[in-house]
Structure formats: C-alpha cells, structure tokens
Design a protein around this ligand. Sequence first.
Ligand code: SF4
Length: 326
Amino acid sequence: MNFEYVRASTAAGAVSMLAKQSDAVFIAGGTNLVDLMKRGVVSPMRLIDINTLPLKEITLSGNKVTIGALALNSAVSEHPLVIKHFPLLSYALKAGASQQLRNMATVGGNMMQRTRCSYFYDTVMPCNKREPGTGCGAMQGINRMHAIFGSSENCIAVHPSDMCVALAALDASVIIRGAKGDRKILFTDFHRLPGNTPEKDNNLQPGELITHVEIPVNAFQQHAYYLKIRDRASYAFALVSVAAALEMQGNKISKARLAMGGVAHKPWRLTEAEAFLKGKEATETNFKAAAALAMQGAKAYEHNSFKLQMAPNAIAEALKKATSKA
Ligand code: SF4
C-alpha cells in the first residue's frame, strides 16, 4: 500500500498536519509501527515524521524531572538524572526489547506501542482490536500471554511495555499537545482497559501529540526493583513483571509503589497492596499478604492460569529484592 511521507519541524506544525488527515499517524523510531504496516495490520495514508522536533531533553526543574517524548529508550535508561532519581525506570527500560531497539525506540513510541497478541498481528484471524466487531481470536485460542486483570468479553490483550509499568508506579504524568493547547493527565489514566472499545489503547484524542512525561522526585532510590519473568533471558515480552518502589525506615515500609506488567490492557497499579504495606514491617508474611490482596479479582483463561500463581510470587519476590537493597 502506498503512503505519503512528510516531516514536521515544530510540535504545533505536527499537530496541525495530523488534524488535516484522519488516516495520518506520527512516526518516530518506527520499531512497532513499521512492523504493523508490513503485516497489513495498519495502513496509514500519511506518515508524519516527528524525529526532528525538539523533544529529546531530560531536565530537572523544581521537584520534577521532565523527559521529552522523543528521548530514546537507551538515552533515558542511561541518563544521570534518571539513574540518580528513578533507578526503577532505568531497570525497567533495560529489561525491555534489545539494545538495538532501545537505540531507536522513543518514550512516546513506547507508550503508543500496540499489544503483541498474535491474533492482532494475523490479519486472517478475528480480532476486535484490529477490526471491531469481528470477535476475539484469543478468547478461545492460545491465550498464554494474555490478561488476568481488567479484560472484557471483547479483548483479553495485555500492554507490552516495561517502561510504562515503572512510570505508572512512579506517579508520572503525561503532557499532551493538541490544537487547543497542552493538557496533562496522570500516567495511570493514559492507557485504557478494553471494555467495549478494545480498538482504543489509550485516551489520546484524535490530533494529539505526546510531548513530555513528568515524574515527581521521590525517595524510592534505595529500594527499587523491576522483576521481569519471561520465556527468554532477553528480547522477550513479560509473562509477568513487577515494578516495586519503597521508602523504608529501618525495616518498616513507610511508602510503597507497585505496578505490574503482562497482566492487563494497561500497566496495572496495585493500590490496595500499596496501602496495606504502608507502616508494615518488611517480612515475607506481609509481602505474601500484599500479593494476595493484589490478586483479588484476577481471572485466568485456558492457557494462562499459571499467571495466577506466578503473579503473587513475583510480587512477593520483587518486594523482597526491593527491601533487601541497601
Ligand atoms: Fe484482538 Fe484483543 Fe482478542 Fe487479541 S485479545 S485477538 S488483540 S481482541
């Protein structure tokens, strides 16, 4: 399929170009979009290259670090501000993809990447996300990689990012540019659950561009851990992952932030487990109790019931690793 290629030189220009054509999309690193186009999963008529926009900076201002949407995954993972303030984000980024992909993939692109559900990529199979109303091939199919939280009868896919799991745990926000100006939303409100509209992965509105991610400075540096369980040691998506960030006073947890990947259509924040852990001693019993709370409402399908055991074990193990760091 032929398509037009244009290059934007300003954020305002990029937004205006997108608004002019409904089947246009932004392209940055292209590490997911090009695959989707090659397989015929998406067929945009116009690619708007945003790589030259000035959105690569990583800066500290007041009590927050701002990361440009075009900062490369590898650059973010190795940036001194990220290593100093948010080691959890660095760990999660380094757990994702391969070094070659991290050298191309951007923060905004990482957020916008599509599920790796194999039925979504196979254009002869039914898929409500690719073609709404056609059904869900995974529901009765091979659903080993699929969701155990927040799924719907329309879609049981998971979001594939590691970076996004850390950003959800770190209370990040997303800055979005649209025709009417900028808006800011919580990172945890950016991605969506499938509900009746599985074709929508996130709450970006037509014509909008992600420009930055902001992370408030915190005190989780000493006790942060990203645990990723996958089929291969590298270059594989998570079966289950856990981002754990804690503030400790002696052996007592004063603040906890927890999120999971590989289990839902969006990064899955464990707020009940966080509340339970606040003020508790760092003991295996408390870690298991927090994990049990986090698993309430989990639902497995034919091939992914192993996640019902893997996930709580992963939560307890991530907490153990995070608390034992000095
Ligand atoms: Fe499509 Fe979602 Fe079903 Fe996968 S789980 S086949 S993405 S509708």
